[in-house]
Design a protein around this ligand. Sequence first.
Ligand code: UD1
Length: 319
Amino acid sequence: MSSFLVTGGAGFIGSALVRELLQRGERVRVVDNFLTGHRRNLTDVSARIELFEADIRDLEQLRPAFVGVDYVLHHAAIASVPRSIEDPISTDRTNVQGTLNVLLAARDAGVKRVVYAASSSAYGNAPSLPQTETMPANPISPYAVSKFAGELYAKVFVEVYGLETVRVRYFNVFGPRQDPSSPYSGVLSLFIAALLRGTPPTIYGSGEQSRDFTFVDNAVEATLLACTAPGAAGKVCNVATGERYTINQTIALLRRIIGSDVNPVYAAPRPGDILHSQADITLARQLLGYDPKVSFEDGLARTVDWYRTSEKLLSSAPR
Ligand code: UD1
């Protein structure tokens, strides 16, 4: 049995990691300040985890949570492009300074490895698809800058302090427990909530922008592999499905799965929005032994099923 600390463990991806780790019989700690995470994401497992209600912006508050930990999965972040455009300073404080604090606390506690939840937004509008890890970063929003800055810190901590870190670059992770309650929420949570309620989803721009949507179980698998994969320390690795769907295609699929005839409305494109993303996942396969098990369409169906049984969550979604 190893000891894992999940920062942002009350969030969408963090709480999925917590559940899988418990399933595997590991010891689990969570750090969360409940700014965007929710207690309800951990209700069913609360007796089996150690919860540290702490803010990653405060290093001294963090330190006790790291004592005796083997692996840190750093997922605490403010995860929205438009929110970072409205308020770049708070995004920076959490995503950049917070990450630096997590790395310092991990270094000082003698943690074996930190896996950093990096973002495909680092690529910006890449010159060609699929995106490979050797392409230069080209962030086009404050959010993307902040997540990439966190990557750079993670890389430098390997070289300067000998702390093992691995950067997993997630591509649009979706699935059960993604919170649809804010206009800043992930697109699929907003679309599913709207269609299930019978209200029109909003598409920003033409809807021809595309994403490599990744079901959360796939992201969890890759992230846990990254904890122990030999040779992964110091590396950055795409975590995705390797396919892309346009926003318009996604709406069509969801309308079919849900059995909805509600039409979307179109609005102006969002500033800082990248046009296309699609990952080359060769490195994740080679380095981590990762193989995405859940296809986009199966993941969508499983996600819709989950939201159908989560009435309260749906009613909290913006109209
Ligand atoms: C997402 C994640 C980000 C992550 C990145 C790469 C969220 C909120 N953002 O960014 O944390 O680092 O993937 O993994 O989970 N859209 C609509 N209608 C809506 C909402 C969005 O058309 O109601 C469009 C957006 O304009 C965009 C696309 O859907 O083109 C995806 O948007 P969003 O879900 O916010 O994610 P990303 O910005 O791609």
